[in-house]
Structures are given as structure tokens and as C-alpha cells.
Design a protein around this ligand. Structure first.
Ligand SMILES: CC(C)(COP(=O)(O)OP(=O)(O)OC[C@H]1O[C@@H](n2cnc3c(N)ncnc32)[C@H](O)[C@@H]1OP(=O)(O)O)[C@@H](O)C(=O)NCCC(=O)NCCS
Length: 149
């Protein structure tokens, strides 16, 4: 919970809201209740990644029915430097250490060019598409031979 303000700032960044399934700004009280529940849940893992310059971003995994859904965000001032891709490459190992050999999935809006490139470059493959909030969503899964057992 010590990182609640940091996570709230990243979550409410305009670009992150625009790329999210619910784009409305998040009131702080709602964020606190949400974070408290997520941290208490065995079905969520949340990692904050830092380097020598400070906090870089966050990676979250939510487990349901043997599938870990990944979402991530890089601090606005640190984007476009390969850090999102570096964080995503760590995710299979971290998820595997938490839950063993589960599938990794992500859902990305089809117009989110940096995110699409990042997931493809990190070994995720498109397995489906659907519509959400009037826009196309691409469903990615990590190829089985790239998962950590
Ligand atoms: C998506 C996000 C995590 C990517 O992190 P990042 O550190 O900026 O990404 P990287 O620097 O690793 O770049 C990823 C790829 O996107 C490309 N890219 C970066 N910025 C870009 C832009 N504005 N337009 C098009 N491509 C872009 C990079 O060149 C790279 O592709 P490459 O490996 O083929 O060269 C980050 O932009 C972010 O936090 N966005 C807001 C939240 C979000 O959209 N999260 C994803 C939802 S699942």
C-alpha cells in the first residue's frame, strides 16, 4: 500500500486510461479499495519494476481458470526506451514462480501500436480478436515453449 499513490498516478495517466477497457478517470478512494483487494488476493500478483533512475513501471497478472492475464504500464516519462519490453520478458518467469505452468494472455486494443509491437516481440501470438467499447481487441497468448515451467 506504500506504493498506492505511485500506482494511482500511472493508472490515471491519460494514455493509460485511453488504452484501458474502462477509460474513465479513477477516483483515489476507488483505487485504494481496488488495490487493497488485489493485494489480498491469491489470484493477483503485482510487480513494480525500478532501475537506478527510479520506478519504471508496473506489471500485473490476474489468474482465472488457469490463465494469467497480463497488463502493464510504463511510467509516462520512461516510455519508448525498451523498458516495457524488458519488463514483459521478465513476466513469464515471475508468473511461473508464482503459479507454475499457466498460460499467459493479454488483451490489447488494435490501435495500441507500441503495445502490439511489444507483445509480438516478446513471443506472444495473436489467438483471437473481439470487440470491446466499440473497438477491436486483439487477444495474445505466450507461445507454450516460451513459458516458464
Ligand atoms: C505499452 C507500453 C507498456 C510500452 O512500453 P514502452 O517501454 O514504451 O515500450 P518499448 O519502448 O519497449 O517499445 C515497444 C515497441 O513499441 C514501439 N513503439 C514505442 N513507442 C511507439 C509509438 N509511439 N508508436 C509506435 N510504436 C512505438 C517500439 O519501437 C517497440 O517496438 P520494437 O521493439 O519493434 O522497436 C507503454 O507505452 C505504456 O505504458 N502505455 C500505456 C499503457 C498501455 O497501453 N499498456 C498496455 C495495455 S496491455
Amino acid at each position: 500500500m506504500d506504493d498506492a499513490v505511485l500506482l494511482w498516478r500511472w493508472a490515471n495517466d491519460a494514455e493509460t486510461r485511453r488504452r484501458s477497457f474502462n477509460p474513465a478517470p479513477i477516483p483515489y478512494a476507488d483505487h485504494l479499495a481496488w488495490l487493497d483487494a488485489r493485494l489480498a488476493s491469491d489470484a493477483t500478483r503485482l510487480w513494480i519494476v525500478s532501475d537506478e533512475l527510479g520506478p519504471v513501471g508496473q506489471v500485473r497478472a490476474d489468474l482465472a481458470d488457469g490463465v494469467a492475464e497480463i497488463s502493464l504500464a510504463v511510467a509516462p516519462e520512461r516510455r519508448g526506451q525498451g523498458l516495457g519490453s524488458a519488463m514483459l520478458r521478465q513476466a513469464p518467469g515471475s508468473v511461473g514462480a508464482a503459479w507454475g505452468d499457466v498460460r499467459l494472455r493479454a488483451r490489447v486494443f488494435a490501435d495500441n501500436a507500441p503495445s502490439l509491437r511489444m507483445f509480438r516481440r516478446c513471443g506472444f501470438r495473436e489467438v483471437d480478436t473481439h470487440e470491446a467499447a466499440g473497438a477491436e481487441v486483439i487477444v495474445f497468448e505466450l507461445a507454450g515453449d516460451r513459458r516458464q515451467r
